[in-house]
Structures are given as structure tokens and as C-alpha cells.
Design a protein around this ligand. Structure first.
Ligand SMILES: [Zn+2]
Length: 136
């Protein structure tokens, strides 16, 4: 059984609400990224951290590297969140939003409201098909 073939049974109004949430989150992420990185002209939704310029002294150079490394890890986190948002938006467009990638059932709406990028049922609720079965 391929869950990708299934269509979501969530209401169009709910999906619209989630899409708006996702798009506004994406906008916020982009703003955060643009505060310390530049968009990659070759790759959509990829950003490259700016290298800070404090001066030419040794301690200034060391500080530049430290800030740059901090920016890189921040960039990575934000890009990962962006990637998840893009995936969720793609699912909305394909009509498969809210379908658990593990068991194929519809993810709880309350969970999606809190985490619109969720691709699986909450661990506490558990998937209908247990992980051990689906992997065998
Ligand atoms: Zn599931």
C-alpha cells in the first residue's frame, strides 16, 4: 500500500487554514535568514550565510569565524524548517496533506494545528500499523 496514492479527507477549509499558517511561517523564516544570509541565486530556498567583517586583527578574525559558524548552524536549522514547510505545501497541492507517512491514516487535526508540518501521527497516539510490522 502506497500512502502517496491516497487523498486527504481533511476539509478544504482546514487545509486552507493550514496553508496560510505554513506560508506565514515560511515568510518569517525567510526574513530571519535574510538577516544574516543571502539567497542562493542557483538554488531556490537555499541561503548562504554572510561572512562578518570585524577587522583584520587576530582576535577580530577569530570573532568573525565564531559568528560565521553560529550563522551556519542557524542557517541549517532554518533551512530544514523551510524544507519541511515546502514539503507540506507540496502535499497540499497534491491533495495528500495530513496523511501519515507511516501508517497512511489522517493525522489528528489538533496535532496539525500545533505542528502544520507534521508528516506522521503523534508518537503518543501511535500509528495504526505498528512500526515493526511496516518495516518487515
Ligand atoms: Zn500514522
Amino acid at each position: 500500500m502506497k500512502s502517496a496514492e491516497k487523498k486527504t479527507t481533511l476539509s478544504p477549509a482546514f487545509i486552507k487554514e493550514m496553508k496560510e499558517k505554513l506560508l506565514s511561517r515560511k515568510e518569517k523564516l525567510e526574513k530571519q535568514l535574510l538577516s544574516f544570509a543571502k539567497p542562493d541565486p542557483k538554488q531556490k530556498d537555499n541561503f548562504n550565510s554572510n561572512f562578518p567583517e570585524f577587522g583584520d586583527k587576530e582576535d577580530e578574525n577569530a570573532a568573525e569565524v565564531a559568528v560565521f559558524e553560529g550563522n551556519l548552524s542557524m542557517e541549517e536549522n532554518l533551512e530544514q524548517s523551510m524544507e519541511m514547510i515546502n514539503r507540506a505545501i507540496q502535499k497540499i497541492e497534491k491533495g495528500t496533506y495530513g496523511i501519515c507517512e507511516k501508517c497512511g491514516s489522517i493525522i489528528n487535526e489538533e496535532r496539525l494545528k500545533i505542528m502544520p508540518t507534521a508528516t506522521k501521527c503523534a508518537p503518543s497516539q501511535g500509528c495504526i500499523i505498528k512500526e515493526s510490522n511496516s518495516l518487515k
